[in-house]
Design a binder for this molecule. Structure first.
Ligand code: NAD
Length: 486
């Protein structure tokens, strides 16, 4: 297949200008961008210095003053235009995303199109930020609830979905009338920058959205305490999320945290095993398992366990792994070498503790960050894979004997992001949905992460929602006004 798009160098976007980093005082002004399928350097990325962050803060403060007073209908129209631009450009953006992130081209296309849908949803929400009139106790008193934008938002987004992690935060913030400083993903910056470009080309006023890259800890430790920043939204690992939430707490900043997960995927004995095999093998290896809501702990009733393991292993062995730009590839490389090392360590740990390797288990070749789709069974409870988020293409499968036991196992870990179940009993489905400790539950299909539905976790998976009407709550303050007419 011929690919016409060449990968761009990526700059910072500050106060409506695309530009390199400035005043670095010896620190590198750029960093290389690597294609995970080939390990080639495909571009360079500008690093923000302290001076660039100050410029972004000043621009966002100025942008907020304009945007908060822009009519909701105007915000809606501009956002709809950005969505259309993203759709028009989806094919070239998808190619760039696959080059920098590795995912198969159809997944990159889907992500870009889905991002346009997300913008549309939040554009509509901009027009629905209704206040409230509360009946008063006394005559002549009017009690009004206003919803006001929180102010300048500092958003931090990761490399697994370069556009979709950013589009939710940026679009909800813009819909509410906030300005944004987005720290995008350094490993996958160009497709994220293409999202910001769509907003620029749609006519967003200068300073309303600013995009920076650099050393994540340096940027977050400067932006989070800064008085101009009023709201923090982070997507990434639980360990980093806790650090950033603590820093935000010390400065009384509002926070949304979308963190790691370890989703149980339960297959009850009355499930359609073939359907469960097909849907779970599709969902698990999407984006090579680097998905926070990826099904992770497979818990299968002992009566159908052998049949499920055989069917699933066969399905996994048929998955074509390769460069995401190549036709027919179902799973690309992992996004960075850290994930390959993590997959090797998790597999070795499980096998050394007695687990059986049913499929995969090794990296593929010596160029590119490829790892085989992997299936493990007979795992001891202390295998790391059963306790740590793998964020990669490894599936541990365990048998269970009773509903009580499987609910206890599903709720055992501190995570609570997503949970899945397969059953033909509606009573069982209801019970599972009620008792599982999870922000999201999907039964007999994988239906999470639509713009119009809530998206978020509980426990160590974070707090706040990034979808549905709930997502707007993160970006508005409530102001109560009571007035006695005189
Ligand atoms: P990591 O913990 O170093 O980084 C995760 C993300 O946080 C990256 O985007 C990184 O840029 C950012 N980050 C790290 N330190 C930061 C800081 N001090 N301030 C601001 N941002 C910071 O790990 P990694 O190797 O990039 O990814 C591995 C783990 O991260 C995975 O195991 C997974 O748990 C988690 N992760 C989760 C998501 C998600 O969708 N929830 C996405 C990507 C990574």
């Amino acid at each position: 297949m011929q690919h016409s798009v060449s990968y761009p160098d990526v700059q910072l976007f500050i106060d409506g200008q695309w530009r390199g980093g400035s005043n670095h005082g010896g620190a590198p002004a750029t960093q290389p961008i690597i294609n995970p399928a080939t390990e080639e350097t495909i571009g360079t990325l500008a690093n923000a210095s302290r001076a660039d962050l100050d410029a972004a803060l000043a621009a966002a403060e100025k942008g907020f003053a304009v945007w908060r007073h822009t009519a909701a209908h105007e915000r809606y129209k501009l956002m709809r235009k950005a969505a259309e631009l993203l759709r028009e450009r989806a094919e070239s953006i998808a190619q760039i995303m696959t080059m920098e992130q590795g995912k198969p081209l159809p997944e990159a296309r889907m992500e870009t199109q889905a991002a346009a849908d997300t913008i549309d949803w939040f554009a509509e929400e901009a027009r629905r930020q209704y206040g409230r009139l509360i009946p008063a106790r006394a005559a002549g008193v009017q009690q009004i609830v206003h919803r006001e934008p929180v102010g300048v938002v500092a958003a931090f987004t990761p490399w697994n979905f370069p556009i979709n992690q950013a589009v939710r935060k940026v679009s909800a913030a813009l819909a509410a009338g906030c300005a944004v400083i987005l720290k995008g993903p350094e490993e996958t910056p160009a497709s994220c920058a293409a999202l910001i470009k769509a907003y620029e080309d749609a006519g967003l006023p200068k300073g309303v959205v600013n995009l920076v890259f650099g050393v994540p800890a340096e940027i977050s430790s400067y932006l989070i305490p800064h008085p101009i920043v009023k709201k923090i939204s982070f997507t990434g690992s639980t360990v980093v999320g806790k650090q950033l939430a603590a820093l935000a707490g010390a400065h009384m900043k509002r926070v949304t945290m979308e963190l790691g997960g370890h989703a149980p995927a339960v297959v009850f004995e009355d499930a359609d095993v073939d359907v469960a095999v097909k849907l779970l093998s599709g969902a698990k290896f999407r984006n090579a398992g680097q998905v926070c809501v990826s099904p992770t702990r497979f818990l299968v009733h002992e009566d159908i366990y052998a049949r499920f393991v055989d069917g699933f292993t066969e399905a996994v062995q048929a998955i074509k792994v390769g460069n995401g730009l190549d036709e027919g590839v179902r799973m690309g490389p992992l996004a960075n070498p850290r994930r390959v090392e993590a997959m090797e360590a998790l597999t070795a740990d499980a096998v050394s503790k007695g687990a059986t390797l049913r499929a995969g288990g090794s990296r593929i070749g010596n160029k590119g960050y490829f790892f085989q789709p992997t299936v493990l069974t007979d795992l001891p409870a202390d295998a790391r894979i059963l306790n740590e988020e793998p964020f990669g293409p490894i599936v541990p499968i365990m048998p269970f004997s009773s509903t009580e036991a499987v609910i206890e196992e599903a709720n055992r870990l501190p995570y609570g992001l997503a949970a899945y179940a397969y059953t033909t009993s509606s009573a069982r489905a209801d019970e599972f949905a009620r008792r599982v400790e999870s922000g999201m539950v999907s039964i007999n299909h994988h239906g999470l992460a639509l713009p119009e539905t809530p998206f978020g976790g509980i426990k160590d998976s974070g707090y706040g929602s990034e979808g549905g009407t709930e997502a707007m709550e993160a970006y508005v303050n409530t102001k109560f006004v009571t007035q006695l007419g005189v």
